[in-house]
Write a protein that binds this ligand. Structure first.
Ligand code: NAP
Ligand code: GDD
Length: 350
């Protein structure tokens, strides 16, 4: 039986990856940060499992990483830990760097010094491409493993440093280290400040408000023209695992190969509750525009398909419908408190 360590276990991907590894009979050590409030809601359903262990730790604490990895002696280490919100990285660039770039280097250095070196997965990101793209025969923009990087945010710069470190440690020290260049992936467990979940939560609140004969304030959004390649997180954690099962470590793009604007997501989400005139519920808030933006992401994951046998199962429309329908269910259970999230949304500045 294999043993895995997951940094970032409390996040969206950490929860799905834990489920996947447990289903494959792994023993999983999830590393989580101490928090003054509960940060384990996505993994509470796993904490009673014998093969799942939650341990306190932080990727910015090298001593802690050294002690834990040497005690656990895992077969695989997944680094999903990051300050992962692009907008926030403009407000907190140093913190973003320390967690997202330095944190990865800290883990790589510890693994380099271990006798039995575990395999390592780094959560790299399509944000690293920034405004760069390649052109296919139909003159359509796409990104793959050969597309140059030109990061457009402190987050993307930190991710690129971590990605290059992962490649360097593989080439220079022979670590089995893989960089998964994952495009946007969402789910019913997506953080509430990412645009897809922000919209699905609003649509759910609007649905319940209408049912109860009430109105709610408009949804404030930033750039609606940006294009993203959106998949479902459950599919994407499988690609992470597949990368570490190969004979040879490498970097892979993981994406659906389709791209949609934020406005198309918005339109599809409102359609789930039969609202066509979605813009009458939306306000553009300049505070939500970013100092620089990634205009268009569309990944070509042919390499992952060929070498890992990976392909996405959930398409765009199903993704949106699943998120909206989930939020309608949980916001319904919240009842009277459903409007509270609006106070939070109107205070959001990223
Ligand atoms: P997420 O939900 O924001 O989860 C991030 C995780 O990192 C959380 O568990 C968080 O813990 C943890 N973390 C933050 N600072 C930490 C620190 N100092 N030490 C240890 N853990 C720390 O992100 P996600 O969507 O699951 O994404 C997983 C990873 O993939 C991230 O690295 C992200 O940047 C990357 N990525 C995501 C996407 C996407 O579309 N989802 C695409 C490409 C790459 P708390 O719960 O305590 O905050
Ligand atoms: N968050 C947010 N909030 N984004 C908004 C809003 C808003 O109110 N209005 C418009 N957007 C636009 C952003 O400007 C961006 O162009 C797009 O919606 C998607 O934003 P996010 O959902 O925050 O995701 P992201 O693409 O910036 O970053 C996500 O994907 C990356 C992979 O490409 C994150 O998961 C990153 O961690 C990940 O690396």
């Amino acid at each position: 039986m294999k043993t895995a360590v997951i940094y970032g276990v409390t996040g969206q991907d950490g929860s799905y990856l834990s489920e996947l590894l447990l289903s494959k009979q792994y023993t999983v050590y999830g590393i989580h940060r101490r928090s003054s409030v509960n940060n384990t809601t996505r993994i509470n359903h796993l904490t009673n499992k014998k093969q799942f262990h939650l341990i306190q730790g932080d990727v910015t604490d090298s001593f802690n990483i050294y002690r834990l990895l040497n005690e656990i002696q895992p077969d695989e280490v997944y680094n999903l830990a990051a300050q992962s919100h692009v907008g926030t990285s403009f407000q907190q660039p140093e913190l973003t760097w320390n967690v997202t770039a330095q944190g990865c280097l800290n883990i790589l250095e510890v693994i380099r010094q271990m006798g039995n070196r575990p395999r390592f997965y780094q959560a790299s990101s399509s944000e690293m491409f920034g405004d760069q793209y390649s052109l296919n025969n139909n003159r359509e923009k796409y990104q793959d493993e050969r597309t140059p990087f030109n990061p457009q945010s402190p987050y993307a710069i930190a991710k690129l440093a971590a990605h290059h470190s992962t490649t360097l440690y593989r080439r220079s020290y022979g670590l089995f280290a893989c960089g998964g260049i994952l495009f946007n992936h969402e789910s019913e467990r997506r953080g509430e400040r990412f645009v897809t979940r922000k919209i699905s939560r609003y649509v759910a609140d609007l649905y319940w408000a209408t049912q109860r004969g009430r109105s709610i304030p408009n949804l404030k959004l930033g750039n609606l023209k940006a294009k993203r390649d959106w998949g479902h997180a459950e599919d994407y954690v499988e690609a992470m695992w597949l990368m570490l099962q190969r004979d040879i470590p490498d970097n892979y793009v993981v994406a659906t190969g389709e791209t949609y604007t934020v406005e198309e997501y918005l339109k599809t989400a409102f359609k789930c509750i039969n609202i066509i005139d979605y813009m009458s519920h939306v306000e553009i808030d300049d505070n939500l525009l970013r100092p620089s933006e990634v205009p268009c992401l569309m990944g070509d994951s042919s390499k992952a398909n060929r070498r890992l046998g990976w392909e996405p199962k959930v398409n765009f429309k199903t993704l949106v419908e699943r998120m909206v329908s989930h939020d309608i269910q949980i916001r319904g259970r919240c009842g009277e408190h459903a409007g509270d999230s609006e106070k939070f949304r109107s205070n959001e500045r990223t």
